[in-house]
Design a protein around this ligand. Structure first.
Ligand SMILES: [Zn+2]
Length: 472
């Protein structure tokens, strides 16, 4: 169905893609354009201004809350104020849960307050709280092997520390305890589960994050201890003491509410139906102001699109900025976007999401049709000038676009330095002061280069359409 115009055979010698051609003046013109855009984006404070505006004027915005509703209005107004050609929102049914208070203390053998927070989606403790003994495990895997007699009527403490890593590789092996801990502990008769926070800091801020229940297993309260308090509790248990905790949590479900994916576009001047999608998520957890997660991403992709328009003019293909609803509660907005836009997913030239804080980007991974990787050489060269090296061609694209590759949508991952991201992730300490304006501007430049190159070249990153007998 697509016009042949944008398929690689014709694209190879186009104005922007000259790796297989000889016309070096045009090649250098492309490089000069990319360099000019990159310089402007590195100097622009727009991404920072946007995340500042979101964190100061809206702040916490957990899905379905009043803060979330204010964030939707904020996003529409921001896109309009920045002069996006089209600004619209698409409804998403989201789960609305509130944290309420979460208190814990050691009452025997010593008396100490513990700093905890409820995991996202947890039930409350019974009225008046729980008082019972605690049993420690070093991982979810060890808990699964435990004897029910050891756990029955007790609180399970999963004490696994997350390792610091630039790419965030320490997260996956530990976060399974957060998501599955309540199910596995309840199967063995536990009254509640507390995990060591999934975070790399040594503060008394506890890290929340979504957790799961299973319909056939009792729902027990689930919380996270700050790393410092997990250390304290561990010291008591390591000493062989019987430790009794009092825990009270008043988390609550408020049913399903309507939120929105908010979308701003610069419409393509030549191929408006072809889309370069850059996204971030608009929701956040409720305790911080969602600066790193994911105000930074909102600033980066919004700033990148606007700077392209300012510096390079109208893009040839449409640049679409999608601010997704309810990423934290199970990628709800992204799933709805994918469902609603199924018929036009084949028009997406590339999709990428910024959702890993505000650290500098060091690598670009792609998921392109193999021929397109070579065609994207000018982009890789421009990115190399701002410290971004070319990685592999098996990218995932970021959480909210991760479901698109199975529909044949090409994606890009711009990998950020996440060394310190998990010190603040999902805590009350995720605030604007953690965002480095200079690193944010480098992100803005990388997204601007990506989106501009994809929108203004004739590169076709998509898998070749299946040949039919009457083609050509
Ligand atoms: Zn996020």
């Amino acid at each position: 169905m697509k016009a042949a115009l944008f398929y690689p055979t014709l694209a190879l010698c186009s104005a922007l893609l000259l790796s297989a051609c000889t016309s070096t003046p045009q090649q250098s013109a492309v490089s000069a354009d990319l360099a000019r855009l990159s310089d402007s984006a590195l100097k622009s404070e727009l991404a920072y201004d946007v995340v500042k505006s979101l964190t100061v004027e809206v702040g916490p915005r957990i899905a379905g809350s009043e803060g979330d509703k204010r964030a939707v209005v904020w996003a529409e107004e921001k896109f309009k104020a920045l002069g996006f050609d089209k600004v619209y929102k698409e409804p998403v049914r989201v789960r609305n849960w509130s944290r309420g208070i979460a208190d814990a203390k050691v009452i025997a053998p010593y008396q100490q307050k513990l700093f905890i927070t409820a995991l996202g989606g947890s039930v409350a403790t019974p009225e008046g709280g729980l008082i019972t003994q605690v049993v420690m495990f070093d991982s979810l895997a060890s808990l699964k092997k435990a004897d029910a007699a050891q756990i029955h009527d007790k609180i399970v403490f999963i004490n696994q520390r997350m390792q610091r890593d630039r790419a965030g590789k320490g997260y996956g092996p530990v976060v399974i305890g957060r998501s599955q801990g309540a199910i596995e502990a309840a199967k063995l008769g536990a009254k509640a589960v507390l995990i060591r926070s999934v975070g790399t800091d040594n503060s008394r801020f506890a890290h929340t994050g979504v957790m799961q229940y299973s319909d056939d297993v009792e729902k027990i309260p689930a919380g996270a201890l700050s790393n410092a308090d997990a250390d304290n509790l561990q010291a008591m248990l390591d000493a062989g003491k019987d430790v009794t905790l009092a825990v009270e949590m008043r988390a609550k479900e408020h049913g399903w509410q309507t939120s929105y994916n908010v979308i701003g576009e610069f419409t393509g001047s030549e191929s408006p139906e072809e889309i370069v999608l850059i996204g971030a998520h608009l929701d956040s957890w409720d305790e911080g102001t969602g600066a790193l997660d994911d105000g930074a991403g909102v600033g980066i992709v919004t700033g990148a699109a606007k700077i392209i328009k300012n510096v390079m003019g109208q893009p040839k293909r449409t640049i679409r900025v999608v601010l997704y609803a309810s990423e934290e509660f199970g990628l709800t907005g992204a799933q709805e976007y994918t469902r609603k836009h199924k018929a036009e997913l084949s028009n997406i030239i590339v999709a990428a999401e910024s959702d890993f804080g505000a650290g500098e980007i060091y690598q670009i991974d792609t998921l392109f049709a193999p021929a397109a990787v070579e065609q994207a050489k000018p982009l890789f060269e421009a990115l190399a000038n701002i410290g971004v090296t070319q990685g592999h061609n098996q990218a995932g694209g970021g959480p909210d676009v991760s479901m698109l590759p199975k529909y044949g949508v090409p994606v890009v991952s711009l990998l950020q330095d996440g060394t310190y991201y998990f010190d603040y992730h999902h805590t009350a300490n995720d605030t604007l002061d953690k965002v480095d304006p200079k690193a944010l501007a480098q992100n803005q430049a990388a997204y601007a280069l990506l989106a501009y190159f994809m929108a203004n070249s004739e590169i076709d990153t998509r898998p070749a359409p299946a040949k039919t007998t009457n083609s050509h």
